[in-house]
Design a protein around this ligand. Structure first.
Ligand SMILES: *Cc1c(COP(=O)(O)O)cnc(C)c1O
Length: 390
């Protein structure tokens, strides 16, 4: 495919090292890790080692890492599991308005089952304020779930602080760290969270693999009833190659986290500067302070034109970006996240997310910027709204 890939927040290419590590577990060491023979033992050993590696990467103990089929499953489990386990204590859950659908829709579903959910607002850069959490938390709040880093505008939330507030009031704390894992160095014990979700395909691991960290000692309802896998909390035959690939990809991402972060941020910053220098009537969405934003994320709203038209033109020019998030594009609803940070509804429709990766080059970013500038000029020249205003 001859297109410049600037959509790493949607998914990343699989690391070659991870692919190589996965290879033997398809056709050779294919045993069921639960089987009592050499095939099973070999597979079980690989799963155990992978669990250890992942635990070490996030400061957890291996017994605190539960494999799931994706980040969405990890989020569903954290929220529904805690809601079910602690329903006699209370039925109030707190989350934020900018959560990924994996959390947001799960909370919406729980509302149908009699739970009450408070959706915390965010400021103009997408930050949840500790004060707003303090104000919303109640006696019957059982769970607070706030994402570590936002998938659309890259905002890194003050997780440690939010978690302390939840705990002070006797509530559990979960964070969707799908965008953060592999991009931000963290330690679950230092953060203090009770649960944390991650997804392999966001850090150059295989698709269809996720994990939920559940703090030891926390009692959690099972998500998938079935066999004894994942300490009898998540039945289903383990995806040995996926698990191995995920662990190798995460180790690799952690080993070069700082240098990769610096590299993509440099490309991103150069890209953003050129866009802002050459295009007027534009919002650069998300935090201005680079230390509080994912290094790979850039998100813009272009007034007077449609994001879908920009995206289509870029695609023709050989540039793959995204309007909003992959999970909500396809729908004509403007992004909930952008509306929450105050982007006017018409302008929110003209939004594009560029998310860079470690294989992108400066030349690619330069080419993308040039095409973007041309595209925006051309579309605006055809826009009656833009002409009227001039
Ligand atoms: C991608 C993403 C998810 C979903 O992960 P999948 O593994 O694709 O199900 C959840 N939360 C955030 C913030 C994401 O970016």
């Amino acid at each position: 495919m001859k297109s410049i890939y600037l959509d790493h927040a949607a998914t990343t290419p699989l690391s070659k090292k991870a692919l190589e590590a996965m290879e033997p577990y398809f056709c050779e060491t294919y045993g069921n890790p639960n089987s009592q023979h050499v095939y099973g033992r070999e597979a079980a050993k690989a799963v155990a080692e992978a669990r250890q590696k992942i635990a070490a990467c996030i400061g957890a103990r291996p017994s605190e890492v539960y494999f799931t089929s994706c980040g969405t499953e990890a989020d569903n489990w954290a929220i529904k599991g805690a809601a079910a386990q602690y329903r006699d204590k209370g039925r109030h859950i707190i989350t934020s308005v900018i959560e990924h659908p994996a959390v947001y829709s799960t909370c919406k579903q729980l509302e149908k089952y009699g739970y009450e959910v408070t959706y915390l607002p965010v400021d103009g850069e997408g930050f949840v304020s500790p004060e707003s959490l303090e104000g919303a938390i109640r006696e019957d709040t059982v769970l607070v779930s706030v994402m570590y880093a936002n998938n659309e505008i890259g905002t890194i939330e003050p997780i440690k602080e939010l978690c302390e507030i939840a705990h002070r009031h006797g509530a559990l704390f979960h964070t969707d760290a799908v965008q953060a894992t592999g991009a931000i160095r963290y330690d679950v014990k230092d953060l203090g969270v009770d649960m944390l979700s991650m997804s392999a395909h966001k850090f150059y691991g295989p698709k269809g693999m996720g994990a939920l960290y559940i703090r030891n000692g926390l009692r959690m309802e099972k998500f998938m009833t079935g066999g004894e896998q994942e300490r009898a909390h998540r039945g289903g035959t383990s995806n040995t190659p996926g698990i191995v690939g995920m662990s190798v990809a995460l180790e690799e991402a952690m080993s070069t986290l700082e240098s990769d972060g610096k590299y993509v941020a440099k490309i991103r910053d150069r890209f953003v500067k050129k866009v802002l220098d050459n295009i007027d009537e534009i919002y650069y969405n998300g935090p201005k302070d680079a230390s509080r934003r994912l290094p790979n994320n850039a998100n813009f709203s272009f007034r007077y034109i449609e994001g879908e038209s920009i995206l289509y033109s870029l695609d023709l020019a050989g540039i793959s970006a995204s309007s909003g998030s992959a999970c909500s594009s396809g729908s004509l609803e403007p992004s909930r996240t952008l509306l929450s940070i105050g982007v006017p509804i018409g302008t929110a429709h003209g939004s594009i997310r560029f998310s860079f990766g470690k294989h992108n080059t400066e030349e690619e970013a330069d080419y993308a910027v040039d095409e973007l500038i041309k595209t925006v000029k051309r579309l605006r020249a055809m826009s009656p709204l833009y002409k009227e205003k001039k």
